[in-house]
Each structure stands twice: as C-alpha cells, then as structure tokens.
Write a protein that binds this ligand. Sequence first.
Ligand code: SAM
Length: 281
Amino acid sequence: MNYRHAFHAGNHADVLKHIVLLALLEALKRKDTPFFVLDTHAGRGQYLLQGEEAGKTGEAQGGIFRLFVLHGLPALVQRYLKRVQADNPVGALVNYPGSPLIAAQAMREQDRLAACELQAEEARALAALFRQDERVGVHQRDGYGAMKALLPPKEKRGLVLIDPPFEAQEAEFDAVLAALKEALARWPTGIYALWYPIKQRRTLNPFFRKAAHLPCKSSLFIELLVRPDESPLRLNGSGLLVLNPPYQLDEELAPVLPVLARLLGEDRASARLEWLKRENG
Ligand code: SAM
C-alpha cells in the first residue's frame, strides 16, 4: 500500500468530508445519550500542512487555505473552521486535523470513538495523538474487519465513517458495498458515511445502482466537483454517500454546497445533494 494521506490533507475533498462529518456528529449530539463513532480508515489524525508531503502537492492551497481566512460563511462552515483553528492555537494555519481528531473534538465525555488504521507508522502516530484520551480506542487493523467485530455498538446509536484510499479502484467499491450490506444486517439503525472520489462521474453509475439496493431506510449523496469531470486522471471532485442520514441533514447542507463550489472550485464547478432512497419513498 502506497497511499499517504499527508499528501492530500486539507484538500477540497477533505474539506467536504469533514464538514459533512461535523454535521453528522452535531446531529448525534442532539440527544444526551452516548453515541459511538467507528472511523474505519482513520489515517494519522493530524497533518503538517507545511511538511514535506503536503508542501509537495500543494493540494491544501485549493482547500482549507482558501477558507481559513474568510468570515461570513454559513454557520456549519464557521464551526468546521473553529475545529481547524483549535488545532492551530498560534493562529497561522500549520496543522490540519484528520477525521478522528475532528470526531474526538466534537464528542462529549460520554461518547466513544474507535479509530482503525492499517499502516503501522500511521497507526503509531494516531495512538500517540490519543494517548491521554480514554474515549478513543486506536486499532491497527483492517477497517472492514472492524465493521464486523465492533458493530453493533453497545451505545446502539452512532456513525461509521468509511474513507478508503481507493487504490484498488473498482475492487474497493465492491469491498465497501459488501461491508455495508453486512454491517446493515447487524446494525440497521446506524448512520454510515462513505467517502468516494470522482474522476469521471459516469464510471460511478454501477456503484450507485448497487448502493440503491442496500437495505437501509434512506440514503443520499453529497458531491462537490471543483471542475468538470472530463479528465479521468485527476481528482475532479468527491462525494459522500450517507445511509440513514439524520433528520434535516439535507437542509443543513443545501446552503453550504454552493458556497464550497464557489470558493474551492474552478470554472464550471458544481455541487449536488440528492436522495438515492427516501424513507417511505
Ligand atoms: N479518514 C482520514 C481523514 O479524513 O483524516 C483519512 C484516511 S485516508 C483517505 C485512508 C487511510 O486508510 C490511510 O491512512 C491508509 O493507510 C488507511 N488504510 C488503507 N487500507 C486500510 C484498511 N483496509 N483498513 C484500515 N485502514 C486502511
């Protein structure tokens, strides 16, 4: 496995993913009862934006750096930026928080996070980051195996974030769909959020057709294309497929997506939010 998230941290895809993640966590916090988060592909939890890897690609320049200095953005985006600011106490944007850190920061005392990461070096960094946080368990293991082993959680409510590197392309989509089908059989009421890359969107049609048959109550997808999806070689955009989305997630994200497309996109950038399956629909 060659994938290193440090090359991509803070890019447009991370911004979209982490804003949706925050919205999901905030929805879970509307009730006092504890919830569980499983981050199946957690990464190292924190990335140096000025480091060798991120510096080489410059991807964060088209992502978090464009938003960080702005004011007057939709409230959800402002709250996401606050999370990023909390990771940069001196003020300048140096660190970027990964999904497990964003989750842990948003969680309360009673909530619990299991963060899985397969690569030894990344998992070591992740374990060091959460050394003193008893709410967080770090597991160096396969995230799909963890979905079998750790679901359903004792809290009975919560979220599974699935953010694979997609090095295996088509095979990864099949692995995710199989894992989701099994997980839903074991834990039908969980919220599941799957991140996916968009190069040419039409190549995703088979995935959407299969995803529409997953045995969940409802599902929607949320996408941000920073440029038209004409080039098969570039990450032109990304999306999240959310199964069993919380009430009003669509309404909360609707005003955010056009703003992200305008601020992070090039010419002809676009965003969409569509239901794949609606409850009673
Ligand atoms: N979720 C992270 C975030 O938003 O900050 C980024 C995760 S990155 C896209 C994918 C991570 O999955 C990489 O760190 C990679 O080492 C790890 N990985 C790859 N295959 C895995 C597997 N089968 N199980 C768990 N982790 C895996």
